[in-house]
Design a binder for this molecule. Sequence first.
Ligand code: GLU
Length: 448
Amino acid sequence: MAHVDQKIEGMYQEVLKRNPGETEFHQAVLEVLESLGPVVSKHPQFLERKIIQRICEPERQIIFRVPWQDDKGEVQINRGFRVEFNSSLGPYKGGLRFHPSVYLGIIKFLGFEQCFKNSLTGLPIGGGKGGSDFDPKGKSDDEVMRFCQSFMTELYRHIGEHTDVPAGDIGVGGREIGYMFGQYKRITNRYEPGVLTGKGLTWGGSLVRTEATGYGATFFVNEMLKARKDSFAGKTCLVSGSGNVAIYTIEKIHQLGGKCVACSDSNGVIYDEKGLDLDLIKQIKEVERRRVSDYAKTHKHAKYIAGGNIWDIPCQVAMPSATQNEINGKDAVTLVKNGCIAVGEGANMPTTPEGVKVFLDAKIAYGPGKATNAGGVATSALEMQQNAGRDSWTFEYTEKKLEDIMVNIHSNCFETAEEYGAPGNYVIGANICGFIKIANAMVAHGLV
Ligand code: GLU
């Protein structure tokens, strides 16, 4: 453990021992603990109150059976999770992920990251995460509905506007939130919009929530570029993935004058050197729920690279927006060698520790997910504000609030990195800035 401060090393070993086999969780914890040496030297009360040990232990973990029937009438069983990580800054807040790779270690890494991300937004939200190993791919609408209803039939007793407020993540979008909201309302006999975010616009949702993660990530990268007296204008960009985060990242990049030439899904990469036709991608992904390979059927000049690696394509700005650990050390070397000057993470923990080291050593602008993609959850908090006030704001007003939040997160991370002697290192800036706010609240609340 060469990088973890001596005072903290034992705590990391304890996390490994207490959470065997949860490799993504270990990775997320290590990445934060590596930044905290100078913080505990400056604030000895954090050590006395065992804040780090407490932050690494979720306040509550719920695991449950989700039985449902498929269209053939056959019984299916999945596993559901909700990890309520930390409520010192507000009710637990974080998405639900439906993906076959989901197990406790994934939900805990996401929940842990969420605490610091939510702290960085400056809004009153704690951290949590949930989901299931259910695979929505290839399922009918009715199957998705029956699954969501069964999932909520257990989850409803654990959540609430002042307790825990789930939202979407991979595999959970407007459709799934709708089915879950309907079931919550039916079971509880309460129309309680503040219990979930990412709702439809006619029943309590917020404008800009759909766009927020992608727009926010692009605003953040724009700030990193500005800090280097640069901009998106004329930059060739790569955005991995083709879900909600990727689509609205591409949209904002184009609005800011950049050119996004490639995106991807788990089967392959689509490369369009003229710049991606976003209307077509939206049609394929949001309306038809199909694969990106269809893009090349309409645009013959575009290349579909089955099983390809998007990071092999030369670019100046890379925005990984698919999933965890999608950029490894070798990909990072390729990106830097090909002239990449900025990386902004739309996904959660998309770069492996080896990759992060490459970016930091090369001193390119590297925005870690917990700062860069915080716009999604921040706009969820704006949705909660509107629900609490029985109000709904305009697109322009809400987008401006999102932009201000991202500008603030950027300057807080930037300044914290300088204060702790690591100028330009947004990893250290984000970790320290996110941690201190939670730690101070935990000290204030006593031993709970
Ligand atoms: N899943 C998103 C994230 O990773 C959003 C969570 C939310 O809106 O609560 O931050």
